[in-house]
Design a protein around this ligand. Structure first.
Ligand code: ATP
Ligand code: MG
Ligand code: MG
Ligand code: MG
Length: 476
């Protein structure tokens, strides 16, 4: 079953259950300046959930384009390392605005996944988690649906618990919140990983495919929870993950859509090893970059534009690793439009514009990428620690336009880490110099560059990479 057919089946199934099909909204959230990118299907419905906005339907279904790079949900660091994370993905979701609740949500999900008319997934491959004390959800799954206790796990809210799982969702520190129930697919014992809630849950054997959130409470500023008068449902299922299940492959990168993109990339770069991780990373990155540009984001040194710039440069670096010596990334917009243009016609109508933006960024970075890589290689040769010195990280950043997370990506491939303290010290010194130098109108990057080097024209805004180092530290 092709991913396009799965997307359509999902929408058809929920339309049959009285849901209104709502188109995907932009990756740039229209109603929430605090959110970097649309990262879930519920984002465009936030005000409907909060009761601030009345819609002429109480049930909705959508296939929402999402980006999880930067911000609260950041999966950029996972790309190339797990079978299931992308920077861009599509989230299939059904929503109830004060209409149906746990029983219907659970039985809809189960019917769609297991009914022979729909996905026909063997029930014994599916595992279910519920929130630790959500007995109601447990009983529905166990007694009404018939999921055996040995494939059900109760998961807490990750406060003081050992593992990463968290089955309590909230919109923010205050506001609607409630327990989740998640459905996992067991990809079999050939793959490393333990069931949800176990020490090896971060492996890729048991993959979470669908999350159902039951908005049940309102939390106020002092933490008091009161029951919502009309509880709601918000769900999300990754299209690429359910496609992997339906296409009997383990990794999302093996599904039809990604295989076509990977093949196209390999052809453009003249690479024969179709399994190469860099091909996967590039295939992932072209989707987020093309859709971000299509939704109006432009590469820049701050905010959303800086996330876009970082992703493009990471893609360029992976291309460089595969031997690319000319700009290639923009050439992938065409195969992407071929693959996804039917669902997202704007990819076709804006193709030329997207190509132009990507090409320009690629060309700008190409001027310094090669030299920056040389500097890095040289410094690695003499290295007697497991850390890349902060001055090198800073020099790459400031003179060669290597965002810190890009250098971290290279470091990780070599089992090295970055001296982030050293980087921040160098950055601070730069700021001090900038303050005094600006009095004399000296070009900073000229001042720092060595003779004969091509000079990256410097970031005007240094603050963003401090945020990035914070994210990198978070993962330490
Ligand atoms: P995981 O635990 O695997 O990181 P999650 O719990 O962060 O997933 P949710 O926030 O619950 O994911 O999002 C709902 C669904 O969206 C997930 O069940 C999954 O199918 C899909 N999904 C989430 N993040 C990604 C991603 N980075 N790439 C592809 N699909 C994703
Ligand atoms: Mg996640
Ligand atoms: Mg999860
Ligand atoms: Mg989840």
């Amino acid at each position: 079953m092709k991913s396009a057919a799965i997307r359509e089946a999902f929408i058809r199934y929920f339309e049959g259950k009285g849901h209104t099909h709502v188109a995907s909204s932009s990756l740039v959230p229209g109603n929430d300046p605090t959110l970097l990118f649309t990262n879930a299907g519920m984002v465009q419905f936030k005000d409907a959930f909060l009761g601030r906005e009345k819609r002429n339907y109480v049930r909705a279904v959508s296939s929402q384009r999402c980006v999880r790079a930067g911000g609260k949900h950041n999966d950029l660091e996972n790309v190339g390392y797990t079978a299931r994370h992308h920077t861009f993905f599509e989230m299939l979701g059904n929503f109830s605005f004060g209409d149906y609740f746990k029983r219907d949500a659970i039985t809809f999900a189960w019917e769609f996944l297991t009914s022979p008319e729909w996905m026909a997934i063997p029930a014994e491959k599916l595992w279910v988690t519920v929130y630790a004390d959500d007995d109601e959800a447990y009983q529905i799954w166990h007694q009404e649906v018939g999921v055996p206790a040995e494939r059900m796990v109760r998961i807490g809210d990750n406060k003081g618990e050992k593992y990463a799982s968290d089955n309590f969702w909230s919109m923010g520190d205050t506001g609607p919140c409630g327990p989740c129930t998640e459905i996992f697919y067991d990809h079999g014992e050939d793959v490393f990983g333990g069931p949800p809630g176990s020490p090896d849950e971060d492996g890729d054997r048991y993959i979470e495919i669908w999350n159902n959130v039951f908005m049940q409470f309102n939390r106020d500023a002092d933490g008091t929870m009161t029951a919502l008068p009309a509880p709601s449902v918000d769900t999300g299922m990754g299209l690429e993950r359910i496609s992997a299940v339906m296409q009997h492959v383990h990794s999302n990168y093996e599904i039809d859509l990604f295989q076509n993109l990977i093949t196209a990339t390999a052809k453009i770069l003249n690479v024969s090893d179709l399994e190469h991780t860099s091909l996967r990373v590039i295939a992932d990155h072209i989707r987020s970059c093309a859709f971000l540009v299509s939704d109006g984001v432009m590469p820049s040194n701050e905010g959303r534009g800086y996330v876009l710039r970082r992703i493009i440069r990471r893609a360029a670096r992976h291309g460089n690793k595969l031997g690319a010596d000319v700009a290639f990334f923009h050439k992938l917009v065409a195969p992407l439009a071929l693959e996804m243009g039917e669902t997202y016609p704007e990819l076709v109508t804006r193709q030329a514009q997207i190509e132009k933006v990507l090409l320009q960024e690629e060309e700008q970075f190409a001027k310094t990428l090669e030299q920056g890589m040389k500097i890095l290689e040289q410094s690695l040769e003499g290295l007697n620690t497991q850390q890349i010195p902060g001055e090198i990280v800073f020099r790459l950043y400031d003179t060669y336009g290597f965002p810190v997370d890009l250098t971290a990506d290279i470091a990780r491939e070599k089992d090295l880490s970055l001296d982030l303290d050293g980087f921040e010290t160098a950055m601070e010194a730069q700021r001090t110099r900038a303050r005094s130098a600006s009095n004399f109108k000296v070009e900073l990057s000229d001042e720092l560059a060595l003779e004969g080097e091509t000079v990256f024209n410097g970031y005007t805004e240094l603050a963003e990479d401090v945020t990035v180092t914070a994210i990198l530290r978070d993962g330490e």
